[in-house]
Design a protein around this ligand. Structure first.
Ligand SMILES: Nc1ncnc2c1ncn2[C@@H]1O[C@H](COP(=O)(O)OP(=O)(O)O)[C@@H](O)[C@H]1O
Ligand SMILES: Cc1ncsc1CCOP(=O)(O)O
Ligand SMILES: [Mg+2]
Length: 284
């Protein structure tokens, strides 16, 4: 990663040049190497940490309620994921959100399987009330948050809806909460309740790699941490960069197992020409 021409703030003089924005965000993550505190499920810890490291960020999987008052202020962003939530984790999770707010650090919520049980849904809605900068979920998760009720068709962590099914719900949720809402899937949609930005990168095989969603949420946290005043754009950049890494990884992959490794390698080695040539972001 070249250190030349790296800006400290994102200039949105040409806000429609999304590939250039994505490259600038990516460079900024390398330059600042933000410490990202991740309170996440046991399934995702390894892949999430490796995703952040290969993108130039510095992950720390720290969740003890005893450490949060001292540790969270040191982080540049906090990623909160409820994937393997139990009641004993909730006080620490809520405290981390509150401390992040107090210290004006962006935090990002991944409402894994939000519609799967009333315990999980209640926790996610309470966390949403603490105003994350961004909430990123698959379509079923965003629909469950919007409707505020358990989904009888829920398939747990996997979506039973297409991402386009949740765009209007995402817009309303963003308007109600003041958060940026991202719905992932074949097309990713990012909205602040007013604008909707689309990301067309990625490969279907990402659905066969557990914790790919969790990991892209962590990457979003790193991108928003280095450009908190442009949360929509930073979120779109992170989703696009993760998607591009999966596309280039897919060229050599033989299945989900090798793609997982190749995605990490691709993310580590992404260059400007590949990002500018492959990022596909648009808006209405
Ligand atoms: N059909 C698809 N085609 C391309 N990319 C996809 C597809 N489905 C999911 N993705 C990508 O996979 C990543 C995880 O998204 P998703 O599978 O929706 O999350 P989750 O694992 O939380 O359900 C995102 O970067 C998303 O863009
Ligand atoms: C399988 C599983 N079970 C609880 S959390 C988890 C990981 C979910 O990861 P993702 O939402 O990224 O697919
Ligand atoms: Mg998920």
């Amino acid at each position: 990663m070249e250190e030349d021409n790296i800006t400290n703030t994102i200039e949105l003089q040409d806000p429609l040049d999304y590939p250039k924005q994505a490259w600038t965000h990516f460079q900024l993550v390398h330059q600042k190497s933000p410490l990202i505190q991740c309170i996440t499920n046991f399934v995702s810890m390894d892949f999430m940490a490796n995703t952040l490291l290969s993108a130039g960020a510095s992950p720390a999987m720290i969740h003890s309620v005893d450490e949060i008052p001292e540790f969270t202020p040191k982080a540049l962003g906090v990623c909160i994921n409820v994937g393997t939530l139990t009641p004993d984790w909730l006080p620490g999770i809520k405290l981390a959100a509150q401390v992040a707010n107090q210290f004006k650090k962006p935090w990002v919520l991944d409402p894994v399987a939000a519609g799967g049980s009333s315990f999980r849904l209640k926790a996610c809605l309470e966390l949403l009330g603490l105003k994350p900068s961004v909430v990123r979920g698959n379509a079923s998760e965003i629909l469950a948050l919007f409707k505020g009720c358990v989904d009888s068709t829920s398939k747990g962590v996997d979506s039973v809806h297409g991402s386009s099914d949740a765009v209007e719900a995402a817009k309303s949720l963003a308007q109600q909460t003041g958060c940026v809402v991202a719905v992932s899937g074949a097309i990713d949609y990012i909205t602040d309740g007013d604008r909707v930005v689309y990301v067309y990168n990625g490969v279907p095989m990402l659905q066969k790699i557990t914790a790919s969603g969790c990991s892209v949420t962590a990457l979003i946290t790193a991108f928003v941490a280095v450009d908190p005043s442009h949360a929509v754009e930073a979120t779109a950049s992170a989703l696009a960069i993760f998607g591009v890494a999966s596309e280039t990884g897919m060229d050599m992959a033989r299945g989900p197992g090798s793609l997982r490794t190749l995605l990490i390698d691709s993310l580590y080695g992404l260059d400007e020409a590949t990002v500018l040539g492959r990022v596909r972001i648009n808006h209405l």
